[in-house]
Design a protein around this ligand. Structure first.
Ligand SMILES: *Cc1c(COP(=O)(O)O)cnc(C)c1O
Length: 426
């Protein structure tokens, strides 16, 4: 079979079904092309993308500048491993550390690997800097977290599907309620040997749960008070998605880091992935200052592909696009418009109970039982009407279009969404 042979949607689904592991349950649509906020299926039907590959494609599909950077670098040098230096990685590290305001960066590929990296650095810091007895370090995580799929990470998940029969589980994690500063305070003040707190500033997978405005500030100050590392997983919320460069920036609209901003809850370790490459290539990273990052010495951590020249070229261009096209500003403005229009609709609706989110990371809660198929059925109907979104955790639908969307396009999408929802009203 020639790899460029065109398949029908039906054929493509049949192949995945027969030859692929069934570890996903995709919406029945087969995509073959993308550009900006649009994707096309194998039969040429056009859709608005309202998922952005879980917020990896913030810069829009096949952004010409990112594709150009990738193909130029792919023709020049793709992989050296870290056994040797390459002439792109240092540039990327300088660029990213200045962009986000940290001393150092450690590059990896996927989000889960970056989270694993942060966990390892945190534990090592705890033993070598904080003086926690060996094997005793604990990291605080939150109920309903999502940080990836490795054996260690699923060990502290609440998602039974993600966890069951994958044990024995990695010890060393304590789970507390999200958005409950008192519960966190209690744990930090009573548990011995806590090394870090790993948190999503908004819980994306759990259904776009946005904590109270002052929660992250409280988490940070509790971490400081207890000499515990504050680790922000911004793999989904970062890179302009929530209307600022990072969700921990709070209300700041600047396009780079600014430590002066009162709302900026600067983490000790920042974990990035997804849109770090604009969805063109797997690139993730952990950023931290020297006193933390320097606990990692040669031979102690690494990855064959981490920090490769293509990743470096793609990520620098992807970040440059975020700044040049003012994507944070756009996400902020369009997000406010989206929630305003959806709230207008919800006033008269019996099928949707609420819309919530920040910037262009939003979700609606469907008025039906957790185990009903209504959210799925709505997504299938949205697909028929030319818009692609996916339920997350039962009756919640996440809405996260590429941030390069225009106001007219968003209004068009809101039209599609509200018209589709009308068919489900009782
Ligand atoms: C997607 C995601 C991850 C995992 O990233 P992968 O690239 O899928 O390994 C981790 N944390 C959060 C918050 C995410 O949204």
């Amino acid at each position: 079979m020639a790899i460029l042979e065109k398949l029908s949607s039906k054929e493509a689904i049949a192949l995945e079904d027969k030859y692929g592991a069934h570890n996903y349950h995709p919406l029945p649509v087969v995509l073959s092309r993308g550009e900006g906020v649009f994707m096309w299926d194998a039969e040429g039907k056009k859709y608005y993308d309202f998922l952005s590959a879980y917020s990896a494609v913030n810069q829009g599909h096949c952004h010409p500048r990112i594709v150009e950077a990738m193909s130029e670098q792919a023709k020049t040098l793709t992989l050296t491993s870290r056994a040797f230096y390459n002439d792109m990685l240092g540039k990327f590290e300088k660029y990213a550390t200045e962009y986000f305001g940290f001393d150092k960066m450690l590059p990896m590929n996927t989000g889960a690997e970056a989270v694993e990296t942060a966990i390892k650095i945190c534990r090592k810091w705890a033993y070598e800097k904080k003086g926690i007895p060996e094997q005793e370090a604990k990291i605080v995580v939150f109920e309903n977290n999502f940080h990836g799929r490795t054996t260690t990470i699923i060990s502290f998940s609440n998602d039974e599907g993600a966890r069951k029969n994958f044990g024995p589980y990695t010890p060393g994690f304590i789970k507390v309620a999200y958005n409950d500063p008192e519960a966190l305070k209690e744990v930090l003040e009573t548990e011995k040997n806590v090394a870090g707190v790993l948190i999503e500033p908004i819980q994306g997978e759990a259904g776009v749960f946005r904590p109270d405005t002052d929660f992250m500030a409280k988490v940070k100050s509790l971490c400081n008070a207890n000499n515990v590392l504050f680790i922000a997983d911004e793999i989904q919320t970062g890179i302009a998605r929530t209307g600022s460069l990072l969700a921990v920036c709070g209300d700041c609209t600047c396009q780079g880091h600014c430590e002066q901003q009162a709302t900026y809850q600067r983490p000790d370790m920042l974990v990035l992935g997804k849109a770090l490459s604009g969805g063109a290539y797997p690139v993730s990273a952990v950023l931290a200052d020297d006193e933390i990052m320097n606990v990692i010495q040669p031979g102690q951590h690494g990855s064959t592909f981490g920090g490769n020249p293509v990743a470096a070229a793609v990520a620098m261009e992807a970040l440059e696009v975020v700044r040049d096209e003012q994507l944070a500003q756009n996400a902020r403005e369009l997000g406010a418009l989206f929630r305003e229009k959806l709230n207008d609709y919800i006033e008269q609706s019996s099928i949707v109970t609420l819309v919530r989110g920040k910037g262009l990371l939003n979700a609606i809660v469907v008025n039906d039982t957790e185990d009903s198929s209504t959210a799925w059925d709505i997504c299938v109907a949205l697909k028929e009407n030319g818009l692609l979104a996916k339920p997350t955790h039962g009756n919640i639908i996440r809405f996260a279009p590429p941030l390069v969307m225009t106001r007219e396009q968003l209004l068009d999408c809101i039209d599609i969404i509200t018209k589709t929802l009308k068919d489900f009203e009782k």
